[in-house]
Design a protein around this ligand. Structure first.
Ligand code: SAM
Length: 334
C-alpha cells in the first residue's frame, strides 16, 4: 500500500464529506430497509428488557431493535461530524485492500467506506443480522459472528487484513486485550487499527460540574453496573496500555468534544450538540435495559433518574461535554 492519501480527490467522497460537515444526512437511513431487517431478527431467541430486544447470550448490552438501529445511524453522523466528514481518523492509503468492521451494526460505516474505497473488500461483522440490504455495494459483505470467537467466518487467515475498524463496541466485549491481540494477528505487517468509543466522563470548561451532579452521577452508575456484570463500558483510557501490550506501534488518541445541553455557540459544535441531545432524549434507555435488569433495577428506577438529567442540561450556567475518542495504531512492519 502506498502512503499517499488522495481521499479528497475522490469526487463521491467529497460530496459525502461536504454534506456531513454541514450536518445534513448523506445516506438513506436504515429505516428504509426496516421491514427486511425486522423479518431477519423476528425468529431469533432474545432477551427482552425495557421493551428492547437483546441478544440471547445475555453478554451484548446493545439491543437489535429499530430504536437502536436509529441510534446507530445518528451516532454515525455524530462521529463523521467529529471527523469533519471523514470516515476514519486513520490516514488510509487510497488502495487499501481488505477491511474488517467489527460490530458493524446497521453496516452504515461499511457501506459508506465501500463507496469511498471502491477497490477495498469490506466485511462487516455483528452478532445481529441487522445490516442494511438495500444499497449495499458489491465490495461489502456482512457476517454474523461474535468477534470474541474465532474469526474463521470472515478473516480466517492471519496477516490477511489491511485495516481493522472497531467502533462503539464497548458493551459487547468482555476481553479487550484478547480482541486487540487477535486484531494484530489478523493484520498484515504495517496494517492499521482504529477503535472509537464515547468516553464516559463529563467535563466542563468552568470546573463547576461536580461528580455528584446528575449527569456525571448517571455515567458513574452506568460504569459501576458495568463493573458488576464484568463489562468495561469505558475502554479508551485503557486502550493505550492494551495496544502497547499487544505490540502495536504509532498509537495515537484523538479526543473530540460532544457538547451536552444548550451552550454550544460554534456551528460545528451545535451540530454535534443537536445529535447528542437527540440520543439522550430518545435513546438513553437502549443500553440500560439489559444492564439495569441484570443488576436488579427496573424501568421505574431508570425513569426516576431522567428528569434531573434534563434539568441539569437545560441550565445555562454550565458548559458540560463528553468526548469521543478515536484511537489509531499500526502493526509493526517487521
Ligand atoms: C453501538 S453499535 C455500533 C455499530 C457500528 N460499529 C457503528 O459505529 O455504526 C455496536 C454494535 O456492535 C455489536 N457488537 C457488540 N459486541 C459484539 C461482539 N462481541 N461481536 C459482534 N458484534 C458485537 C452490537 O451488536 C452492535 O450492533
Amino acid at each position: 500500500m502506498s502512503e499517499s492519501s488522495t481521499r479528497e480527490k475522490n469526487r463521491g467522497t467529497k460530496d459525502h464529506a461536504e454534506s456531513e460537515r454541514s450536518g445534513r444526512k448523506s445516506v438513506d437511513s436504515a429505516a428504509s430497509d426496516a421491514g427486511t431487517v425486522d423479518q431477519r431478527l423476528e425468529g431469533l431467541p432474545h432477551i427482552e428488557a425495557f421493551g428492547h430486544r437483546y441478544h440471547a447470550s445475555g453478554k451484548i448490552f446493545f439491543p437489535s431493535d429499530r430504536a437502536e438501529r436509529e441510534r446507530n445511524e445518528i451516532q454515525h453522523r455524530l462521529f463523521r461530524l467529529c471527523l469533519d466528514g471523514e470516515l476514519t481518523a486513520t490516514r488510509l492509503p487510497r488502495d487499501v485492500g481488505r477491511i474488517a468492521d467489527l460490530g458493524t451494526g446497521t453496516g452504515v460505516w461499511a457501506v459508506e467506506m465501500a463507496a469511498r474505497y471502491p477497490q477495498a473488500r469490506i466485511v462487516g461483522v455483528d452478532v445481529y443480522p441487522m445490516q442494511r440490504r438495500k444499497g449495499v455495494p458489491p465490495n461489502v459483505r456482512f457476517a454474523v459472528a461474535d468477534v470474541e470467537d474465532a474469526w474463521d467466518g470472515f478473516a480466517a487467515a492471519d496477516a490477511s487484513l489491511d485495516f481493522v475498524h472497531a467502533r462503539g463496541l464497548a458493551g459487547g466485549v468482555r476481553d479487550w486485550p484478547a480482541l486487540l491481540r487477535r486484531a494484530r494477528a489478523k493484520l498484515r505487517p504495517g496494517g492499521l487499527f482504529e477503535m472509537t468509543e464515547i468516553h464516559m466522563q463529563v467535563f466542563d470548561f468552568d470546573g463547576k460540574f461536580a461528580e455528584t451532579e446528575a449527569f456525571p452521577g448517571f455515567l458513574q452508575l452506568f460504569r459501576d453496573l458495568g463493573a458488576r456484570v464484568g463489562m468495561e463500558f469505558n475502554p479508551s483510557p485503557l486502550a493505550l496500555d492494551w495496544l502497547i501490550d499487544a505490540d502495536f506501534e504509532k498509537i495515537v488518541q484523538r479526543s473530540e468534544i460532544l457538547p451536552l445541553g444548550t451552550w454550544a455557540g460554534d456551528e460545528k459544535l451545535q451540530a454535534r450538540q443537536a445529535l447528542m441531545n437527540k440520543i439522550i432524549a430518545d435513546h438513553l434507555d437502549n443500553h440500560c435495559g439489559l444492564l439495569f435488569t441484570k443488576c436488579g433495577l427496573d424501568k421505574a428506577d431508570f425513569e426516576k433518574k431522567i428528569p434531573p438529567l434534563w434539568e441539569e442540561l437545560r441550565r445555562l450556567d454550565k458548559r458540560p461535554y463528553i468526548t469521543a475518542i478515536f484511537t489509531t495504531a499500526r502493526k509493526p512492519r517487521e
